[in-house]
Design a protein. Structure first.
Lengths: 413, 413
């Protein structure tokens, strides 16, 4: 048996990021840039006011104060989006709004809270009383202060969040070049499976894994394609598995254990390259990795919890690497066990658990329900996987254990 | 001026969760259940094997061991999905796969690792050597052990994650009843705005806020609808704002400060109910809340950073409450300042910052770039808002400050 880390490393070493595509700005959300974003303008594009107020000559208002206001002649009103028409000379000012271009002659802005309107309510042709001094360049944002035309504002490899989208829009990008979302084919296998809309007859259970996997693929940043259920015959299994090359990745569930009727392994050996492991983990020891016509292939065990844990440990990192992410590991935190846990020492255990913040600092963790459930209840109620190492068999309440945070994205501090 | 908390509370008190809708199972991902999910079956639906092995009568194998194997006659092979045809009598066994129904007569399963095949390789008509005892019910999952038909497996109000989707599929739900996603209208205002595809002329800047808001709405669980740019005229602004009732929520940016050309306020007073505040926060002090034809309305300031911070503090909780979530507050953690920070004492500051985990435990935090930027660079590079309270003006390096985690979902422990 190999360890989880060995298996993950072995898989990831064979995966490359997918090619790039050009998408509409907002559709780039959550994806990874494959090209840098370069500005086509200076930011700010012109000297402009950082405040609503009056554009003045700093020298004119050096002595201004509440009790010693300086009266200036008001030339014009410059709203945001307009262009100034007049040059501010000695003893003059122009009313100016936030973001509006500075008029020639003026070198500072006095904010509206520090003036008193004079004649004509401080409007054009009237006067304004300046009640505070202003240093040269005060409340003025200089042209190209932040970014010069041609400068890179977002790097290739960065994830596109909401702020990146705004930033890209500001510098002229209606589209972005990002890594393609991995297209993931999902196949469930087994004669015992019936559709969710059917009531299972004797010996049958519903196919839930296809839906769980579709959700997991979407959350990982991939595009799920449910291909359906392969019955336990060579023909049926071959028919679905041979479609792998239409996709970037194929994931099946069921049919890879040591059971007699598991044909996935046999078909894989026939039409692809098989790399079968037993990973030293529970749940989900038997895992298959391989390729079909060059498309990576995962055979996850059919038990719903094993499927989810296997996806989390092996498939999610692959989808993220294909999508261009470099953070491939969920955050791990230490938490104090709130009860004893026993396990067999032969392998790593991943217990579906719930971590909570303690008022006094740090975290505590407890299992989130029946661990041998055929249902995903514990997975649903939990927010982490408690990772209990190989070689040990007893963990007393109060012990610190490592928890893999399923409620946090990779790269979260 | 009112505090951020007062403003948030005032807004949220007027918001109700939206009505429910029925959606396909996988489309319910990330949404909130508006009805409980009830099982239409027993789980397990029948007594079944938890292992690949042999179904036996426990009494027959009580004395079995490696050196004292018990030889049993093998009746049949029961794969998953099949139904047993034979009753296991004394001295008999049937080969059984994980998940397959227990045959009548048998009351325990001996796993395949604890047997040796006898005649006919342990297949039907042959024999098997049992090398370990089994207690009654060992490796047998009992019918209805986990869930009885009619029992609730997911509660109304719970968020639908991947595990919930699998769970719902298992108990017969191809669709789920969830809260509707809020439809959010996005309007930017200002004569100075040009489209992202245009090169801004003198005095103009690009409309980036519409795109940032669309991304933020999507991340919050809403459905963004960009309505376009309202010019600074009554007619243009009225035309767009009067469309509010087509949506669940309207958000505008720009046009609500104290500037002379801000017509949003005037139009709102004319066609809706206006509730204008100055919130004691920076960035983003002037915020408008109100209703137009009963649709909640937010007027956020036009500066891109103020827009984002205003959205985060006021609009995101509203979208989440409408979508049915009960956790409306981002996680907050204490972090040690890695440099001095000065501020004015008059109001709360939200500094765009980057929090990192310290190897020795806990977190440290530093601002993520130029805080007065016209661009969203600091917001892009940061992962939190450092929240510095009213009434204080200096925070020395080493001080513990509260950080609002923008990289974590509400409700994360």
């Amino acid at each position: 048996m190999i360890t989880v880390e060995e298996a993950t490393e072995q898989v990831l070493s064979r995966i490359e990021p997918l090619p790039a595509e050009r998408v509409d700005l907002v559709d780039a959300l959550g994806r990874v840039l494959a090209e840098p974003v370069v500005s086509d303008i200076d930011v700010a594009p012109f000297d402009n006011s950082a405040m609503d107020g009056y554009a003045v000559r700093a020298a004119d208002v050096a002595g201004a104060g509440d009790d010693t206001p300086v009266t200036l002649e008001v030339l014009e009103h410059i709203p945001a989006g307009a262009w100034p028409g007049r040059t501010v000379g000695p003893g003059q000012a122009s009313r100016i709004m936030t973001g509006a271009p500075m008029p020639p002659g003026a070198d500072a802005v006095v904010m509206v809270e520090r003036i008193r309107p004079g004649e004509a309510a401080g409007g054009p042709g009237g006067t304004v009383l300046i009640c505070a001094p202003a240093a040269a360049r005060e409340n003025v944002r200089a042209r190209a202060e932040e970014v010069r035309e041609g400068e890179t504002v977002l790097l290739s490899g960065e994830t596109v969040g909401a702020a990146a989208i705004g930033l890209a829009a500001s510098v002229g990008h209606a589209e972005l070049v990002v890594r393609r979302r991995p297209r993931v084919a999902i196949v469930s296998t087994g004669d015992e499976l019936v559709d969710v809309t059917e009531k299972p007859g004797p010996g049958k259970i519903r196919n839930s894994n296809s839906y769980t996997l579709a959700a997991l693929v979407r959350l990982a940043g991939g595009e799920p394609h449910i291909l359906g259920v392969a019955r336990d015959t060579m023909d049926d299994t071959r028919a679905l598995l041979s479609r792998a090359s239409e996709f970037d990745l194929m994931v099946t569930t069921g049919g890879v254990s040591m059971g007699d009727f598991d044909v996935v392994k046999v078909v894989l050996e026939e039409i692809g390259e098989l790399d079968f492991w037993k990973v030293a983990m529970r749940p989900g020891a038997p895992q298959t990795f391989g390729t079909i016509d060059g498309t990576p292939f995962f055979g996850l065990p059919g038990n719903p919890t094993s499927t989810m844990v296997g996806f989390e440990m092996f498939v999610r990192p692959v989808i993220r690497k294909m999508a261009g992410f470099t953070s491939l590991v969920r955050p791990r935190v230490l938490a104090t066990l709130s009860h004893d846990v026993k396990k067999k020492p032969d392998r790593r255990y991943f217990l579906r658990s719930r971590i909570t913040r303690r008022p006094e600092g740090g975290y505590s963790v407890a299992i989130a329900g029946n661990q041998s459930s055929a249902l995903l209840t514990a997975m649903h109620r939990g927010n982490c996987l408690m990772s209990l190492p190989e070689g040990e068999s007893f963990f007393a309440a109060g012990t610190e254990v490592m928890c893999i945070r399923l409620d946090m994205e990779e790269g979260t501090a």
